[in-house]
Design a protein around this ligand. Structure first.
Ligand SMILES: C[S@@+](CC[C@H](N)C(=O)[O-])C[C@H]1O[C@@H](n2cnc3c(N)ncnc32)[C@H](O)[C@@H]1O
Length: 259
């Protein structure tokens, strides 16, 4: 249904429709202990870049709130924003009392400089005006602020092809969503007025086998899947450190400071 509408709807409407159906899938995705292990490692990778003294945090495209819960535990008063009210309903149950805002990341409703850190885990690629999105992030950050993102990386032609097929064929993606090359996402971030201080690929085997048990369910049936996930996480970290091999990374973590 999403695919029929996407030619006539705005992207914002299409994303709202799409994520209505995805909210229960996300809850399932994060419910397996082995998949939580992987997600927690991913979150730890992103959180490791939070500067000392950070107080005010925004999770842009917070979805069902599993990352937000970790941010709120470390930095009480964190804010989650998402375009999908259905996703936020899960967040509300999962992180009771956390500050949630239904809104469009391309039109952020916050005062300039309201946040020290803006996180964006997998939401930029759902938008169409990437520079606009990032410019809003910059406005929401103080001059000493920090943007920490993780987005799908398409530097590897095989990954790029697989993603293209998935985004075109699967009802769980929007046809206009797209991954980024490392160079491409750095350029977009710089065009929005940031200086990129880190761009590091993340996630290979653990990403594929533990990250999305709602799509790739094989680990669900394998005894010792938590140990296997830990092994994959370690292997992925090694792979992503080795030039050339790091092209196997499915995501790219970006850290950027307003110029
Ligand atoms: C891939 S999900 C990631 C959710 C969450 N960050 C996580 O890691 O589980 C992308 C999220 O971005 C949200 N999103 C898409 N377009 C958006 C927009 N323009 N403004 C705010 N949120 C948006 C979707 O509703 C969805 O919850």
């Amino acid at each position: 249904m999403q695919r029929e509408f996407s030619m006539t709807q705005t992207n914002a409407q299409a994303q709202i429709e799409l994520h209505k159906t995805l909210a229960p899938r996300y809850a399932l995705r994060y419910s397996y202990p082995f998949s939580r292990l992987f997600q927690e490692d991913w979150h730890a990778e992103m959180i490791s870049h939070v500067p000392e003294g950070t107080r005010h945090i925004l999770d842009l495209g917070c979805g069902t709130g599993f990352f937000l819960a970790e941010l709120e535990a470390r930095h009480p008063g964190s804010v989650g924003l998402d375009i999908s009210h259905e996703m936020l309903k899960v967040s509300d149950q999962y992180v009771p009392g956390v500050r949630l805002v239904t809104g469009d990341a391309e039109k952020l409703p916050f005062l300039p400089g309201a946040f020290d850190v803006v996180f964006c885990k997998g939401s930029l690629h759902h938008t169409r005006d990437h520079v606009g999105f990032l410019t809003h992030c910059k406005k929401a950050l103080g001059s000493n602020g920090c943007l920490i993102m993780s987005e799908p990386c398409n530097d590897n032609p095989l990954i790029s092809l697989a993603r293209k097929i998935l985004y075109n064929k699967s009802p769980h993606f929007d046809i206009g969503d797209q991954g980024f090359t490392k160079r491409g996402i750095i350029e977009l971030t710089e065009r929005a007025g940031f200086e990129v201080t880190l761009a590091r690929r993340y996630g290979v085997f653990a990403y594929v086998f533990a990250g999305f048990p709602d799509h790739v369910g094989i680990l669900r049936h394998i005894p010792g899947n938590a140990a296997l996930t830990r092994l994959f996480i370690g292997l992925d970290r090694l792979i992503c450190k080795i030039p050339g091999l790091s092209l196997m990374g499915f995501h790219i973590v970006i850290v950027a400071r307003p110029r």
